[in-house]
Design a protein around this ligand. Structure first.
Ligand code: XMP
Length: 513
C-alpha cells in the first residue's frame, strides 16, 4: 500500500499472535503492516512508519539461527515497542541480560507496576496479563527503567529518551484485559497517530488506486456469491463503473437455488453488471467417478478456468481481472500457521491470470476479513451479502464424500437447505462461522412405517471461529438439532440417519475433505 496513511510496521518473529497485533492496532484506526524480520532497515525507512513493533516468537535470542532483525531498524527515529521475544531482542541489542527462566510462564499472570510509565499509563497498579515465554530479561539495558514486574520475571521496561518500550506479556490477546489500552498508549500516545484508517478513507484511497492502475481498460471479475469477491467487485465498480463486467458461474455445486438467488441479489444491487453462466452439467461430467478430494478440486479449478475464459472472450478486449485476495493470504509470514486452510484454498482458480494474460486488480489485499465486511457495509451492500458464511470454491463437491453426481448433489442440496432454514429460524446463523451438511458414502439400516430402509447418512457440521484457522464445534441447542434431523430424514428421500460432528480444529478440519 502506498504510504498515505499513518503506518505502524510490525516485524514478525514467528509468534502465533502476530496477525492479532495488527488487527488490534487497526481497530484503533491506525493502518498497520506485517513484514518478516529479515526486511532491510532502508525498506522500513522508505515507508516512514510512525512506530515499529517487534513481535513475539518461539526462539531464544542467543540460539544459533535465532531471528534477529537488522539493529539499524531501532535507529530510524521511529518509536519501538518490543513484545515478548521482541522485548528480549531489544534488550539483547541494547546491552541488557536475557536468560532462560527458572520457571517457564504460560497463561495468566499478575503484573505489578513500578513507577511511572508511558506505555502503562492509565492501567491499575496490578493487572492480569497473558504470558507465553521461556526466556526473560533479567537485567534491563542501560538507560531503561523497569516499569513492571511479575513474581517471576521482568514485566515491562522503557527508555523514554530513545522512545524504546518493551513488555513481556501479550497485549493483543483478549486475556490481557487492558491490552488495548497498552497498544493505544503506544500507537496514539507515543507514536502520535490520530487514527486516519477508516472504511471510508480506505474506500476513497482504493478507488483512486484502482483508477490509476486500470486506466481506460476493461475489467472482468468472477463472483462466487461470497463476501470477498462481492466487496472487491463493488469497489472496482465504484472506480470504473460500466467498464467492469462480473461473471457468476454455476458449477452445479452451489447450494439449493443459490444461483438464482445470488443473481437476483446482484440485480437488486444495481451497481454491478453481472452475467450468469449456467455450466453445472459440464462440471458434473468432468467429475464423473472421481473420489479423491484433491483431484476433485483440481478438476473443478480447471473447468472453472475453461468456462471463465470462454465467457470472458465474449466480452472483447479485457486486460484486468479482479480478485478478492485478502491480507492473510499475502503476508510473507514466518508464523507457524495451520497448514490446511492455506494448502486447500489456493487451488480454486490458480493459473487463470497467466493463461489469459490478465493483470490482477486486488483491492482487498491489505484487509482482514472483518475489515472487508466493514468496507462492504460502508459501500452499502446488504447484510445478506456481508454476513454470509464462507463457502468453499469447490462447493458441495468437498462435502460429498466419494464420487459426485446429480443424485448426490440433489440429496446434499436438500439436506443442507433444511440446515440453513432451521439455523436461520432459530437465530443461530450469525454466531456461527459455518454450518452445513455433509453427505457420507455410508448406508445404514432404518425403519420407516412398516418398511426397512437402507439409506445414506448426513453429518451436520457447525463451528464457531474467528478466522477459520482454528474452530470449535458449536454447542447448538438440542431442539434445533432435533428439528434438523427430523426434517432431513422425513423430507429427503434417500437419507435415513443424521449425525452431529463433535470435532474441533485442530485436530479436525472444518470441511470433511
Ligand atoms: P478447513 O477445512 O481447511 O477449512 O478447516 C478452513 C476454511 O477454508 C474453507 N475451505 C476452502 N475454501 N476452497 C475454498 O475456497 C477450498 O478448497 C477450501 N477448502 C476449505 C472452509 O470452508 C473453511 O472456511
Amino acid at each position: 500500500m502506498s504510504n498515505q496513511f499513518e503506518t505502524i510496521v510490525i516485524l514478525d518473529f514467528g509468534s502465533q499472535y502476530t496477525q492479532l497485533i495488527a488487527r488490534r492496532i487497526r481497530e484503533l484506526g491506525v493502518y498497520c503492516e506485517i513484514h518478516p524480520f529479515t526486511i532491510s532497515a532502508e525498506w522500513v525507512k522508505s515507508i516512514s512508519p510512525r512506530g515499529i513493533i517487534l513481535s513475539g516468537g518461539p526462539s531464544s535470542v542467543y540460539e544459533s539461527g535465532a531471528p534477529h532483525c537488522s539493529p539499524e531498524v531501532l535507529d530510524l527515529g521511529a518509536p519501538v515497542l518490543g513484545i515478548c521475544y521482541g522485548m528480549q531482542l531489544l534488550s539483547y541489542f541494547e546491552g541488557g541480560q536475557v536468560e532462560a527462566s527458572a520457571r517457564r510462564e504460560y497463561g495468566l499472570a499478575e503484573v505489578i507496576r513500578q513507577g511511572r510509565s508511558r506505555i502503562l499509563d492509565g492501567l491499575p497498579e496490578e493487572f492480569p496479563v497473558w504470558m507465553s515465554h521461556g526466556d526473560q530479561v533479567v537485567g534491563a539495558p542501560p538507560g531503561f527503567n523497569v516499569t513492571a514486574i511479575t513474581d517471576n520475571a521482568l514485566g515491562a521496561m522503557e527508555n523514554e529518551a530513545k522512545q524504546q518500550y518493551a513488555i513481556q506479556f501479550h497485549p493483543e490477546v483478549a486475556h490481557t484485559r487492558d491490552g488495548r489500552r497498552v497498544l493505544e498508549n503506544f500507537v496514539k500516545g507515543v507514536c502520535r497517530c490520530r487514527g486516519d484508517w477508516t472504511p471510508a478513507s480506505f474506500i476513497e484511497s482504493a478507488v483512486n488506486r484502482i483508477r490509476e492502475q486500470v486506466g481506460d481498460s476493461a475489467v472482468v471479475c468472477g463472483l462466487s456469491g461470497g463476501v470477498d469477491s462481492t466487496v472487491a467487485a463493488a469497489l472496482v465498480a465504484r472506480a470504473v463503473g460500466e467498464r467492469l463486467t462480473c461473471l457468476f458461474i454455476d458449477n452445479g455445486l452451489l447450494r439449493l437455488r443459490e444461483y438464482e438467488q445470488v443473481l437476483e441479489g446482484f440485480a437488486g444491487l444495481g451497481v454491478l453488471r453481472v452475467r450468469g453462466v449456467a455450466a453445472g452439467e459440464r462440471f458434473l461430467e468432468a467429475l464423473q467417478g472421481v473420489e479423491d478430494p484433491e483431484r476433485k478440486r483440481k478438476i473443478i479449478g480447471h473447468t472453472f478456468i475453461d468456462v471463465f475464459e470462454e465467457e470472458a472472450h465474449r466480452l472483447g478486449e479485457v486486460q484486468f481481472l479482479v480478485q478478492g485476495t485478502l491480507y492473510p493470504d499475502v503476508i510473507e509470514s514466518v508464523s507457524v500457521r495451520g497448514p490446511s486452510a492455506v494448502i486447500k484454498s489456493h487451488h480454486n482458480v490458480g493459473g487463470l491470470p497467466e493463461r489469459m494474460h490478465l493483470k490482477l486488480v486486488e483491492p482487498l489485499r491489505d484487509l482482514f476479513k472483518d475489515e472487508v465486511r466493514a468496507v462492504g457495509r460502508q459501500l452499502g451492500l446488504p447484510p445478506s451479502f456481508i454476513d454470509r458464511h464462507p463457502f468453499p470454491g469447490p462447493g458441495l463437491a468437498v462435502r460429498i464424500i466419494g464420487p459426485v453426481d446429480a443424485d448426490s448433489v440433489r440429496l446434499l442440496q436438500a439436506s443442507d437447505n433444511i440446515v440453513q432454514e432451521e439455523i436461520q429460524r432459530a437465530g443461530q446463523y450469525d454466531r456461527l462461522w459455518q454450518v452445513f451438511a455433509v453427505l457420507l458414502p455410508v448406508r445404514s439400516v432404518g425403519v420407516m412405517g412398516d418398511q426397512r430402509t437402507y439409506d445414506q447418512v448426513v453429518a451436520i457440521r457447525a463451528v464457531e471461529s474467528s478466522d477459520g484457522m482454528t474452530a470449535d464445534w458449536a454447542r447448538l441447542p438440542w431442539d434445533v438439532l432435533d428439528r434438523i434431523a427430523r426434517r432431513i430424514v422425513g423430507e429427503v428421500r434417500g437419507i435415513n440417519r443424521v449425525v452431529y460432528d463433535l470435532t474441533s480444529k485442530p485436530p479436525g478440519t472444518i470441511e470433511w475433505e
